[in-house]
Design a protein around this ligand. Structure first.
Ligand SMILES: [Zn+2]
Length: 300
């Protein structure tokens, strides 16, 4: 599943050539993709004819701001891809569920074998109604995150975004100390911290020297600072490498390029291989149906 570094890689690529372009038409061939709307026609009417002002991200969501102050939100789900094409003559990959064409030429295609992803247009907050923003996100002291949540009520529940919300380690400590669950469960809960999934939680916890099942409230100040730093360091590094493309080759950027951060994974997918720090074999445990990789010696 694409996590923050993969979604950010897609965002940066789209921002380079979509800003200023005008959406000519959107062909939706799988209605499930736009399930928040009554009909695909209703969805199309909300985007066609509008120009793109910016491409932003919050958690695992791509946010395409349109010039009429509405937002097209894209979530890639488990296996979604956004792919550029020069025009309709380029062969469409299997599972292409939507094609966006631009007045200036070119296409953007949404491809998703499992169709857990979705596209929708947020019409903004209901007039007079308060948008209830995540109590964790409200701890933020800067960044674009709060403004995005206010503008897009569908995203208001999202917890801290490690880049779009600024939060010092002391406030981060307050969040950790308020939870009594294991650290991996906290890191991957989108309502607490938005953007981290199975792969990066394992890599972050290894970088911080902490086990996935350590109780969140049991961390010392030094451990909290280490975890806080590891989140931004691991994610920043992964973005620099264009995200992770695993053996299933599921993740590609809009030009079809693979990420390369998988080559730098310290624990994820390395069960039985020597830990790169201590040479002990990496262990794997299944927690709530998902694999967790860790070094029994380096993480405590
Ligand atoms: Zn180790």
């Amino acid at each position: 599943m694409p996590e923050l570094p993969e979604v950010e890689t897609v965002r940066a690529s789209l921002a380079r050539d979509l800003v200023g372009k005008k959406i000519k038409a959107v062909a939706v061939t799988n209605g499930r993709l736009v399930r928040r709307h009554k009909t695909a026609k209703e969805f199309r009417a909300l985007v066609e004819g509008h120009s793109i002002k910016s491409v932003q991200r919050l958690g695992k969501n791509l946010i395409v701001a349109l010039e009429n102050s509405t937002y097209l939100v894209v979530h890639l789900g488990m296996s979604g891809q956004l792919l550029r094409a020069k025009g309709p003559k380029e062969p469409k990959p299997k599972h292409t569920h939507a094609v966006v064409t631009f007045v200036q030429g070119g296409e953007l295609r949404y491809v998703d074998p499992r169709t857990f992803g979705e596209l929708y247009v947020s019409r903004g907050p209901v007039e007079g109604a308060d948008v209830e923003i995540s109590k964790f996100a409200r701890l933020s002291i800067g960044g674009d995150g709060l403004a995005l949540r206010r503008a897009i009520p569908e995203l208001a529940h999202l917890g801290i975004d490690p880049f779009e919300d600024q939060i010092g380690w002391d406030r981060f400590a307050a969040i950790l100390r308020s939870r009594s669950t294991g650290l991996k469960a906290v890191l991957t809960d989108q309502d607490i911290i938005a953007g981290i999934g199975n792969i990066y939680a394992d890599e972050i916890l290894f970088a911080a020297g902490l086990r996935f099942d350590r109780e969140s409230e049991s961390l010392s100040t030094i451990e909290i600072r280490r975890l806080h730093r590891s989140i931004s360091e691991v994610l920043t590094d992964a973005i620099k490498h264009g995200g992770s493309t695993l053996d299933d080759e599921q993740f590609v950027d809009p030009d079809g390029n693979f990420g390369s951060y998988q080559q730098l994974h310290q624990v994820y997918g390395r069960e039985g291989l020597a830990c790169l720090q201590c040479r002990q074999p990496i262990a794997r445990e299944t927690v709530r149906g998902r694999s967790t990789f860790y070094c029994p010696k380096c993480q405590s």
